[in-house]
Design a protein around this ligand. Structure first.
Ligand code: PLP
Length: 493
């Protein structure tokens, strides 16, 4: 049985390619001539719209809808992305008119329910992270990072401290150095040690009066929990630097560890990952930022705060040192609503089990793939919610690369894992099954991977020339990125 989706295999021409100018899908009487009323503005030639019948149009869009590979179709093991099931209750409640039809510029007295929801979710995030203050208005994880570093920069400026450098481990997510650079900092990498963790000695050796912050991704992109965070925090604080944590992959920790207890000064979450909302081309995100008390004065506005028995939006009079506004309004309210429903649905125990099942599934899959003959890049006793496979040896013996394997997975109806990331591991796949996949699905994925490994050894060319069943085969990805051309040009009539 294939658990994946083979709808990708259909080739579907554009409506423009299927239609013809002389066909029509409607049967209306010819309009009276209007050309004389339009004078010189009247169109002289047809505009080139395709003519199609109604069934042709219906079938076109229905077939297109089947070409998509999404989490609602099959497992989506994209490492670091947490492509997990989005409960349908989220969607139903997000469509309630009392939430869907309100506007951010309505008087706050008319949106008390929405504000209560945001405040309640904020309080839950305070509890789960152990960070005393949380700002909710950021629209993505990277946006949260920007907010965090801007708050840190403002706090340093307020104490007259012109630190210029942000340290980022080589196992961090790529958005971390990008954010630090955007904030005007010089970025310096900190290497990893033999165990795939941040090299504590290298971090300590680099600390000094010019270091503003250290940005730690935990769990890291090596699929490992960092295990010297307390020592990192002590060293950073002794050197006057801030400790930032990229918590986008909080589904590995939620309910189990509170980063605030570990000495983290500032962190973001990705609600669209950990709290289940459609993302990655499927919808917007939310990147709330949790901050230690000493960063609270600099958080962005607006913040939803209690006011007597109700709620209001805190502004510049409440927080005169705020870094300002990072969103036009309070953030992606629909994502916050779905995250609230998700947390409410699972409750305290359920949120704990998110982390347990996320790590259990990853460790099960890692163990089964190792048994099947795959090489695990960091064979730690335990992975976090994801792990890294390296095909370096396979490439040396058969010529089959990580990209070839990823393409061959498409033939078997599976979405490929993240490839060539983290960059520190050659020929790697970063695999995150997430907590919402069943054992049956994980076993089917292992079977597909095992089949490909056997093919690679027996008939490498079959894997190297994959995919065989998709409407387009190998794309020239470099050309696609360098010479982006998304416009279809009509033939001249
Ligand atoms: C996804 C991710 C990000 C970026 O989040 P966006 O919402 O895509 O901006 C940052 N760090 C890590 C570790 C991530 O997995």
């Amino acid at each position: 049985m294939s658990i994946g989706n083979l709808g990708l295999q259909i080739e579907e021409p554009l409506l423009f390619e299927q239609g013809a100018p002389d066909k029509t899908g409607v049967d209306l009487p010819a309009p009276p001539p209007v050309a004389d009323r339009l004078g010189g503005l009247a169109r002289r030639a047809p505009i080139g719209l395709p003519g199609l019948s109604e069934p042709e149009v219906v079938r076109h869009f229905t077939r297109l809808s089947q070409k998509n590979y999404g989490i609602d179709v099959g497992v989506y093991p994209l490492g670091s992305c947490t492509m997990k099931h989005n409960p349908r209750l989220n969607e139903r409640l997000a469509r309630l008119p009392g939430f869907a039809d309100i506007h951010p510029m309505q008087p706050v007295s008319t949106v008390q329910g929405a504000l209560e929801l945001i405040r309640t979710l904020t309080d839950w995030i305070v509890k789960l992270t152990g960070m005393p203050a949380v700002a909710m208005s950021m629209g993505a994880g990277a946006h949260g990072e920007l907010c965090g570093l801007m708050a840190i920069r403002a706090a340093l400026a307020a104490r007259g401290d012109a630190r210029r450098t942000v340290l980022v481990p080589d196992s961090a997510h790529g958005t971390n150095p990008a954010t630090a650079h955007m904030c005007g900092y010089a970025v310096e990498p900190i290497p990893h040690n033999k165990r795939g963790r941040v090299d504590l000695a290298a971090l300590k050796a680099r600390l000094g009066p010019d270091v503003a912050a250290f940005m730690l991704t935990n769990p890291s992109t090596c699929g490992l929990f960092e295990d010297e965070i307390l020592e990192q925090a002590a060293a950073l604080h002794a050197a006057g630097a801030f400790f930032y944590c990229d918590g986008a992959n909080f589904n590995a920790l939620v309910g189990r560890v509170r980063p605030g207890d570990l000495g983290i000064d500032c962190m973001h979450l990705n609600l669209h990952k950990t709290f289940s909302t459609p993302h990655g081309g499927g919808g917007p995100g939310a990147g709330p930022v949790g901050a230690a008390a000493r960063l609270l004065p600099y958080l962005p506005l607006p913040l939803v705060v209690g006011d007597g028995g109700g709620y209001r939006l805190a502004d510049e009079t409440d927080l005169p040192q705020s870094i300002g506004r990072l969103s036009a309004h309070g953030g992606n309210a629909g994502v916050l609503l779905r995250a609230y429903v998700y947390a409410r649905l699972l409750g305290r125990e359920g949120m704990q089990r998110v982390a347990e099942f996320a790590t259990l599934n990853a460790n099960y899959l890692m163990a089964r793939l190792r048994q099947a003959g795959f090489e695990i890049a960091f064979p730690a006793r335990r992975a976090s919610h994801e792990f890294v496979v390296t095909l370096k040896a396979l490439k040396e013996t058969t010529g089959v690369t990580a990209m070839d394997l990823a393409k061959r997975l498409l033939d078997k109806g599976f979405h490929a894992p993240t490839t060539y990331f983290p960059q520190l591991v050659p020929e790697c796949l970063l695999i995150e099954p997430t907590e919402t996949e069943s054992k049956q699905t994980l076993d089917a994925f292992v079977q597909a991977m095992q089949e490909i490994l056997e093919e690679a050894q027996r008939e490498p060319q079959l894997v190297k020339s994959a995919p065989h069943t998709t409407p387009v085969r190998r794309l020239d990805e470099v050309k696609a990125a360098r010479e982006l051309d998304l416009a279809w040009k009509p033939r001249a009539h």
